[in-house]
Design a protein around this ligand. Structure first.
Ligand SMILES: CC(C)(COP(=O)(O)OP(=O)(O)OC[C@H]1O[C@@H](n2cnc3c(N)ncnc32)[C@H](O)[C@@H]1OP(=O)(O)O)[C@@H](O)C(=O)NCCC(=O)NCCS
Length: 121
């Protein structure tokens, strides 16, 4: 459900099942900043997107789509037969992005999130 603690990020990034992709900006003086990230976790032939976020000030520039498409391509190259994720039914931005990456809605998990919102699979 969206937010992970720092400890959860550390645990996830150390897992051998996890593939993490980042997007960085490079400033004039060469300073780098992480502005987007996408995590996937693979079990057998199933890859799951577990976290995706782009810095609020750098959205709508194709960073999210690039991260998801690249994650899907890498999962497929590594032998994954399916690419799964859960998304809040009201998260229009994410739903449209996933649709553009070729993902389709396969099911609904009613009241999946603590606040009662449904998840779309
Ligand atoms: C969802 C998120 C990762 C999208 O990142 P992004 O870099 O802005 O996405 P892109 O620029 O690659 O957008 C690709 C397409 O997705 C759709 N889209 C993205 N943001 C949208 C928005 N706010 N409203 C409607 N459509 C949107 C559009 O079709 C867009 O293409 P377009 O800009 O040519 O119209 C970003 O909004 C985010 O970090 N949200 C908060 C975290 C989150 O919801 N993560 C997903 C949890 S499952």
């Amino acid at each position: 459900d969206g937010m992970w603690s720092a400890a959860q990020f550390e645990e996830e990034i150390r897992s051998p099942r996890t593939a993490a992709l980042g997007a960085w900006t490079v400033g004039d003086s060469g300073d780098e900043a992480l502005v987007g990230m996408c995590f996937t976790s693979t079990v057998l032939d199933e890859a799951s997107l577990t976290s995706l976020a782009v810095h609020p000030r750098l959205r709508r520039r194709g960073i999210g789509e690039a991260l998801v498409c690249e994650s899907m391509a890498r999962a497929q190259a590594a032998g994954a037969a399916r690419f799964l994720l859960e998304v809040r039914s009201g998260n229009e931005a994410a739903l449209r992005l996933y649709g553009r990456c070729g993902l389709t809605v396969a099911g609904r998990r009613p009241r999946y999130y603590r606040d009662g919102e449904d998840a779309l699979l």
